[in-house]
Design a binder for this molecule. Structure first.
Ligand code: NDP
Length: 285
C-alpha cells in the first residue's frame, strides 16, 4: 500500500486558522498586536520573495509588520543599528534578518545582536543553548515545522530510531535535539558517515536535510518508516524535488512528505507562531 502523504499545506492552513483566532483574542483581551520586524539587505530574488510571503502572511493574520529594505552595500554597522532599533521598539515582538547576508556582513554578528526574546528564527546562541538544555525557547522554524508535522500525523517518537541526514545549524542539529527531547534514539548522519544506506535502513523516522536531489532511494528506507524530506532542490526544467526519491519511497514508507507541499509550507507558519509567542510572553512580567 502506498504511503500516506503528509500534507504540509493543509497543516499550515490549520495552524494559520488557529493563530488568527488567538491573535483576535490577544487583541481583545490585552490590546496587544503581535508585531514582526523584517530586515532585508540587497535584492536577491529568492530572499525578496520569502520576505514578501512573510509580510503577506503577517498581514493576513492581523499582525503589525514592518519591513526595512536596504541596498546591498549597506554596512554591517548600519544593519546592527537597525537591529538595535527593532530591539527597542515595543511594537516589534519578533525580529527576522533575512539570510543570506552579503559577504561583507558577518551573519553571526547580526544574529548575536538580536534580543534573544525577539529572536523568532531561533538562531541566537541563547536560544540554541536553551534548546539543548530542554528549556523554553524559540525553536528554529523549519525544525519546528518538521516536529509539528510528525505530531499532527500522530507519529509516536518515544523509543523509536530516528535518523537525521544532515548536521547543519539550521536544520540537522536542531531537529535532532527536538527528536531526542521526544525520547527518540537519534543518529545524526553527514558527509563523512561510512555507510549511509545502512544507517538510514535502521530508521523508524527518517529526516533528510542534505540538499542533494533524490539521494535517499527506496532501498535505503525501512518498510513502514515515516519519511520527512526537508530538501529543496531545483533540477533541470526548474522542477523542485526533495532529497528523497519520492516515487520509489512512497511504496516503502508508511508516511512521507512531498516536495513541494511538505515541510516547505510549514516554515512561515512556525515563524508566525514564534512571533505570537514572543508577543504573548511580554505579558508575563
Ligand atoms: P547544509 O548545506 O547547511 O547542510 C547539508 C548537510 O548535509 C551537511 O551536514 C552535510 O554534511 C550533509 N551532507 C552533504 N552531502 C552528504 C552526503 N553525501 N551524505 C550525507 N550527508 C551529506 O544545508 P541545510 O541544512 O541548510 O539544508 C538542507 C536542505 O534543506 C537543503 O535542500 C535546503 O534547501 C533545505 N531547506 C529547506 C527549508 C524549508 O523547506 N523551509 C529550510 C531550510 C533548508 P557535512 O556537515 O559533513 O558537510
Amino acid at each position: 500500500m502506498p504511503a500516506t502523504i503528509i500534507d504540509g499545506k493543509q497543516v499550515q492552513a490549520s495552524i494559520r486558522e488557529e493563530l488568527a483566532k488567538k491573535v483576535q483574542e490577544l487583541k481583545a483581551k490585552h490590546g496587544l498586536t503581535p508585531g514582526i520586524g523584517v530586515i532585508l539587505v540587497g535584492e536577491d530574488p529568492a530572499s525578496q520573495s520569502y520576505v514578501k510571503s512573510k509580510e503577506k502572511t503577517a498581514n493576513e493574520l492581523g499582525y503589525y509588520s514592518k519591513t526595512i529594505r536596504v541596498p546591498v552595500e549597506t554596512t554591517e554597522a548600519e544593519v546592527l543599528r537597525l537591529v538595535g532599533e527593532f530591539n527597542k521598539d515595543p511594537q516589534i515582538h519578533g525580529i527576522l534578518v533575512q539570510l543570506p547576508l552579503p559577504p561583507h556582513i558577518n551573519e553571526n554578528s547580526i544574529i548575536f545582536a538580536i534580543d534573544p526574546k525577539k529572536d523568532v528564527d531561533g538562531f541566537h546562541p541563547v536560544n540554541i543553548g536553551k534548546l539543548h538544555m530542554g528549556e523554553e525557547c524559540f525553536v528554529p522554524c523549519t525544525p519546528a515545522g518538521v516536529m509539528e508535522l510528525l505530531k499532527r500525523t500522530g507519529v509516536e517518537l518515544k523509543g523509536k530510531n530516528a535518523v537525521v541526514v544532515g548536521r547543519s545549524n539550521l536544520v540537522g542539529k536542531p531537529v535532532s535535539m527536538l527528536l531526542l527531547a521526544q525520547h527518540a534514539t537519534v543518529t545524526i548522519c553527514h558527509s563523512r558517515t561510512k555507510d549511509l544506506a545502512a544507517e538510514c535502513r535502521r530508521a523508524d523516522v527518517l529526516v533528510a536535510a542534505v540538499g542533494k536531489a533524490k539521494m535517499i532511494t527506496a532501498d535505503m528506507i525501512k518498510p513502514g518508516a515515516v519519511v520527512i524530506d526537508v530538501g529543496v532542490n531545483r533540477v533541470e526544467g526548474g522542477k523542485l524535488v526533495g532529497d528523497v526519491d519520492f516515487e520509489g519511497a512512497v511504496n516503502v514508507a508508511s508516511a512521507i512528505t512531498p516536495v513541494p507541499g511538505g515541510v516547505g509550507p510549514m516554515t512561515i507558519g512556525m515563524l508566525m507562531k514564534n512571533t505570537f509567542l514572543a508577543a504573548e510572553r511580554t505579558l508575563v512580567k
